[in-house]
Design a protein around this ligand. Structure first.
Ligand code: ADP
Length: 261
């Protein structure tokens, strides 16, 4: 099986603290990989290592079967679109001006912009100044900018953070359409309920360790200690698991493996 992303014992230490601990990620092509974990569990650091924004302390990153190293880095990064920090864009420029600016810097054609903008459904707002955008629109513009690179892989760090339910639904809908269009998406969240219906694969991080990786059905059937599964009552789950990923699946009974149910 050739993976779009595979890591071998990927680890990041800051001083004596290990914040990402021996990850073996396996992301197959064409999936939406939901990367879940509470705040501080190491999701952003992992994504930054995949993008060479943070240097791993040890371990390896392979993208599309090739090891990331100084000789391959440039070519591999050209195949990845990302939205990692707060959404990009100069407020005094319109969405279209921002996108064209980025395209020129990257030496990519403007026609990619039109297609990306159609995908995120922003045609009507593209000529407004970015300072007048809602947070949801800024996130979509950021995703459109990433898509305008025609990436094979899209890495999105908490794109639903701070959005209202309508904004979250728009992002979910967009992720579904992207995977339909053959782009592999890795998307992080600290709330399973925000991406579980969209993700075809899930990786769950806790304290820098990958405690589960597999399909949603496998998660529901899992007996992995510490993995919270399927509770209609997030508060109960929080109390039991001290901030572990809170499932907001709206069906079934409380099933929490390893917590004496
Ligand atoms: P998440 O994205 O899951 O919220 P992060 O990857 O941002 O988690 O952070 C994981 C841990 O690493 C946190 O405890 C954070 O404080 C720590 N951390 C992140 N970046 C740095 C840094 N540059 N220096 C020291 N500690 C860091």
């Amino acid at each position: 099986m050739s993976y779009i992303v595979a890591t071998e014992q990927l680890t990041k230490r800051y001083g004596s603290r290990t914040v990402v601990d021996g990850l073996n990620l396996r992301i197959p092509p064409g999936c939406v990989y939901g990367f879940l974990g509470p705040n501080g569990s190491g999701k952003s650091t992992t994504m930054k290592m995949l993008l060479s924004l943070v240097r791993p302390s040890s371990g390896e990153v392979h993208i599309m079967g090739q090891p990331m190293n100084p000789a391959t880095r440039r070519g591999l990064l050209a195949c990845i679109g990302s939205l990692i920090e707060s959404p990009p864009g100069y407020g005094h420029l319109t969405g279209r001006e921002n996108m064209r600016l980025v395209q020129r810097l990257l030496g990519l054609p403007d026609r990619y912009v039109d297609e990306a903008v159609r995908t995120v459904r922003m045609q009507d707002q593209l000529d407004k100044k970015v300072r007048d955008y809602s947070l949801g629109m800024k996130q979509r513009l950021g995703i459109a900018m990433a898509l305008a690179r025609r990436p094979r892989l899209l890495i999105l760090d908490e794109p639903t953070n701070g959005l209202d339910p309508a904004g979250i639904e728009e992002i979910r809908d967009l992720l579904r359409r992207l995977s339909g269009a053959g782009v592999t998406v890795m998307v992080s969240s600290h709330l399973l309920g925000e991406i579980d219906k969209t993700a075809t694969m899930l990786g769950i991080l806790n304290g820098g360790r990958l405690i589960f990786q597999g399909t949603r059905d496998e998660l529901l059937a899992a007996s992995t200690p510490d993995v919270l599964i399927d509770t209609p009552d997030p508060e109960y789950a929080n109390a039991q698991l001290k901030g572990m990923v809170v499932s907001r699946l709206d069906r079934g009974s409380v099933r929490v493996s390893g917590i004496g149910d």
